[in-house]
Ligand binder design. Structure first.
Ligand SMILES: Cc1ncc(COP(=O)(O)O)c(C=O)c1O
Length: 355
């Protein structure tokens, strides 16, 4: 069997949840576990985060799988329901809906459900992705409040720039103005806002990436916030090549040795979820020592320079990312964010869960 595997550490998830609790002590926590728990496996993550007050997912199937696995918390469908058929299932499984457009409102008003569903009415405060515009919001919330299919109501928005220098002043003001006089619970903050803007914590916070131990803020390591990585992607060296000065490795000969070099061939490629765009110099750990990748990442393998790690050989352990190599530093080298790497873990990678 190929030696690659991803270890999901439930203690790290519990620890990161405690960081959220300590940071936003007066808020309920809606753990965002969409995209299969940011690549960690939605059920694994829900087990690690069972002390959360709710879970936010994207698909009805994910929500139902959590209910069927016995999770009693609030389950929030972040894009709401897509069809009247879904509404009845939502109602039966006591799932909470985001309502973000008039079509979803119409659908709720026409529905005859076995029991009313709870909703989060979403305001667009500048992301211009989902949500009612500020001018529509009051009327939309009023329609929800008189709709027979709707039970509890909460208000929400999602910040476009909580992680950027632009901050959240404008969207926060837009939200405050559009919701003035509305006496419903409020949910605003993603990880970056939880960490940077305590005044946005409100009734429900919605942490995602920080629960997985990666940083929501580019250039600020997750360890700054005492977060611990929940996923470690590990493999082994499966071949070692000795290069003379001038020899190259891999497709396209993207690395040429400037000295005699020992190059480890690692069983991990882009079909495992490692970014193909990771350039020469991307951090990696081999045989417990920090080094860097060389050459182009191929489908099933990549290369690491082990010239200065003489003890490294076939069978040596490799950490692609995890406790020693932050996923954010691999992402930064590859021109992306930790979110993308975690979510892209390929189904073919064996997942081991440790408690
Ligand atoms: C609506 C909503 N809330 C919260 C989050 C969590 O964001 P983060 O992972 O940055 O904490 C997301 C993630 O994209 C989201 O779409």
């Amino acid at each position: 069997m190929r030696p690659i595997s991803a270890t999901i550490n439930l203690e790290a998830l519990r620890h990161n949840l405690r960081v959220v609790q300590a940071t936003a002590p007066h808020s309920r926590i809606m753990a965002v576990v969409k995209a299969n728990g940011y690549g960690h496996g939605v059920l694994n993550v829900a087990r690690g985060l069972k002390a959360a007050d709710g879970f936010a997912v994207l698909n009805l199937e994910e929500a139902i799988s959590l209910r069927e696995a016995g999770f009693k918390q609030t389950l929030l469908l972040l894009e709401g329901a897509f069809s009247p058929d879904e509404l009845e299932l939502v109602s039966q499984h006591e799932i909470t809906l985001v309502v973000h457009n008039v079509r979803q409102l119409d659908m709720l008003e026409k529905a005859a459900l076995s029991q009313p569903v709870s909703v989060f009415a979403k305001l667009n405060t500048g992301m211009n992705r989902l949500g009612f515009s500020p001018s529509e919001y009051k009327a939309a919330v009023e329609r929800l409040s008189t709709c027979f299919s709707v039970g509890d109501i909460a208000l929400m928005t999602h910040f476009a720039t909580a992680d950027e220098s632009l901050g959240i002043d404008d969207p926060y003001r837009i939200f405050s103005e559009a919701s003035v006089g509305m006496r419903y619970p409020v949910s605003l903050a993603n990880s970056a806002a939880i960490l940077r803007y305590p005044h946005t914590h409100a009734d429900w916070v919605r942490p995602g990436i920080m629960l997985y131990g990666a940083s929501p803020i580019a250039g600020t390591p997750a360890s700054t916030f005492q977060l611990r990585p929940a996923m470690s992607l590990r493999s082994e060296v499966i071949a070692v090549q000795s290069l003379k000065q001038g020899d190259s490795v891999g497709y396209g000969c993207k690395f040429t040795a400037v000295r005699e070099s020992r190059i480890a061939v690692v069983a991990c490629g882009y079909a495992d979820g490692y970014p193909r765009h990771a350039p020469n110099g991307t951090p990696i750990q081999v045989a417990g020592k920090a080094t860097h990748t060389v050459g182009r990442v191929s489908m099933d393998m990549l290369f690491a320079d082990i010239t200065d790690i003489p003890q490294a050989d076939i069978g040596s352990p490799v950490e692609l990312w995890g406790e020693q190599v932050p996923v954010d530093s691999v992402a930064e080298a590859a021109g992306t964010v930790g979110y993308e790497l975690l979510c892209a873990l390929a189904p073919r990678v064996l997942v081991k869960v440790i408690n």
